[in-house]
Design a binder for this molecule. Structure first.
Ligand code: NAG
Ligand code: NAG
Ligand code: NAG
Ligand code: NAG
Ligand code: NAG
Ligand code: NAG
Ligand code: NAG
Ligand code: NAG
Ligand code: NAG
Length: 423
């Protein structure tokens, strides 16, 4: 595969200001114990590279050549490259990559002093530009046309006009100083070029340059007139506004892929068709499972009880494949769920009882129920006085909060380790 492109030669120099996590993105494929094929590295610098992506061209670490990336230290700190595109993040369904920016500057007479177009091409790859990107033009006397292709060819554009510096307000792109538009999904190729209506002659005192780029909408903030005269603007965009890509296992759809020998979705996962219009699919762990769905043994059951992800009352949690059950102590009724009915003691014989913590009766006093005692550890000894009877058991301090009730008739059976010391 030869993806490549990106014109401006300096893109590899961009600094490390791209932060990986973004609301809405999940990294479930990196959560399992196994996230790469055996003997394959999982990190390039501090960037995690989960299968089906793999580090090393022709290393066999990726699902196929299209997913193999070059982790290089040729520029100092490790960088993850795909052709000359730099990767900043790989999530369950997206990647974030280095950007390219078109720029055109003019002198006072309107003669261009600098001009770069910008283009990017990821045709013949399992990647496409995400709808999270916007095409943005910055300037005051400018428009940019963008030609693109992928699932279909198109030409689009955006125009921004302003005559006075004070009209250019930051915060939003509304056509005065900044213009934004969406491009069709399934896009795999674009190129853009800037043009001016009057060669900047009317605005030369506050805006010598114009810019056009395609990149993640949420990462770009237009600062108003200062952006028009900021000599560092282009570098700022390259450093902070990545291009977002959607990735998929191409070319099949779930229907056809499931019957094929190279079906990528392993155990306990489900196939999801790509929505780009280009075909392709991804795999997703079934609910209650986690891990990398592209690698054997597939997704693994989450032990909600052990991880504290359950909503069971106290410790009444029992893990099962894909979920868990809550239960109540013997004799109680209810569903055992904090957000449900909880556990209700046998109401015919509800009785408050007093709990004394520690050997010394003055140490601490509270009220508790059988559930608390059942899960108690050996930190303290507890004595329960109930209906004139005295029960003792070891208990941990953490369980002794709140006011509870106890069916004293049941206590000795429910808590076999409790000694009955009649007074
Ligand atoms: C990743 O590595 C870069 C330098 O290589 C460092 O500046 C950055 O803080 C690291 N990020 C994390 C999350 O460790
Ligand atoms: C990886 O990238 C570096 C820097 O561009 C290049 O020198 C090297 O040849 C690449 N490796 C492969 C296997 O393409
Ligand atoms: C898009 O344009 C290119 C070049 O002009 C052409 O080769 C390609 O077939 C076109 N694609 C579609 C889907 O029309
Ligand atoms: C802009 O500059 C170009 C070349 O300098 C010139 O041909 C063109 O007429 C100018 N356009 C306007 C609107 O001034
Ligand atoms: C530039 O200024 C000239 C003269 O004031 C005016 O005729 C022209 O419409 C202006 N162009 C723009 C794009 O505002
Ligand atoms: C995907 O489909 C296209 C067109 O049908 C074909 O040219 C290409 O080889 C296929 N790629 C893979 C990996 O099957
Ligand atoms: C990631 O896991 C969370 C929690 O299980 C789930 O809600 C989400 O849909 C998953 N995302 C993907 C892309 O699989
Ligand atoms: C409550 O306990 C009494 C006596 O132990 C028993 O007869 C009754 O069925 C229990 N009620 C419930 C709702 O469990
Ligand atoms: C028994 O205890 C439960 C749970 O604390 C409470 O909701 C219920 O009202 C009590 N019943 C009686 C008869 O006190």
């Amino acid at each position: 595969m030869l993806p490549l492109l990106l014109l401006l030669a300096w893109l590899l120099s961009s600094t490390q200001t791209h932060v990986a996590t973004v609301v809405g993105d999940t990294h479930n494929i990196t959560k399992g114990a196994t996230i790469t094929k055996a003997d394959c590295p999982s990190k390039c610098g501090n960037l995690t590279v989960p299968y089906p992506f793999g580090i090393g061209i022709n290393s066999g670490c990726g699902l196929n050549r299209d997913f193999e990336l070059n982790c290089t230290t040729a520029f100092g700190a490790p960088q993850l490259l795909y052709g000359n595109i730099r990767f900043f993040d790989i999530s369950d369904d997206r990647c974030r990559i280095s950007n390219v920016v078109a720029r055109k500057c003019y002198d006072k007479t309107g003669a261009p002093t600098q001009e770069n177009s910008a283009s990017s091409d990821i045709t013949e790859t399992p990647l496409s530009y995400s709808p999270l990107n916007k095409f943005t033009v910055i300037g005051c006397d400018d428009f940019a046309l963008v030609d693109g292709g992928g699932s279909r060819n198109f030409t689009s554009g955006c125009i921004t006009l302003c005559s006075r510096e004070e009209d250019v307000i930051g915060g939003s792109c509304s056509g005065i100083g900044c213009c934004q538009t969406s491009l069709p999904k399934g896009l795999q190729y674009y190129e853009t070029r800037l043009s001016s209506l009057s060669n900047h002659t009317n605005i030369s005192d506050f805006g010598q340059c114009s810019y056009a780029f395609f990149g993640e909408e949420n990462r770009f903030e237009f600062r108003g007139a200062p952006d028009l005269s900021d000599p560092n603007f282009m570098q700022r965009v390259k450093d902070t506004v990545p291009i977002v890509l959607d990735w998929a296992i191409w070319n099949s759809t779930c229907d056809r892929a499931a019957a094929a020998a190279d079906y990528a979705c392993k155990a306990n996962s489900v196939c999801v068709d790509s929505t780009t219009g280009l075909g392709g699919y991804r795999c997703r762990c079934d609910s209650g499972y986690e891990g990398n769905p592209y690698l054997d043994p597939g997704c693994i059951d989450i032990d909600e009880c052990a991880m504290g992800l359950d909503d069971c009352v106290k410790k009444g949690c029992l893990n099962k494949p894909g979920g868990y059950d809550c239960f109540c102590p013997k004799g109680d009724s209810g569903d055992g769920r904090k957000n449900g009915k909880g556990c209700i003691g046998n109401s015919s014989s509800n009785r408050s009882i007093k709990v004394v913590l520690g050997a010394d009766e003055e140490e601490s006093v509270g009220l508790m129920n059988q559930n608390d005692v059942a899960v108690a550890a050996d930190l303290y000894s507890v004595r329960i006085e109930s209906g004139g009877d005295l029960y003792t058991a070891p208990i941990s301090s953490g369980d002794l909060t709140g006011q509870y009730s106890l069916n004293s008739d049941q206590s000795p059976n429910i808590f076999p380790h409790m000694k009955n010391n009649p007074r």
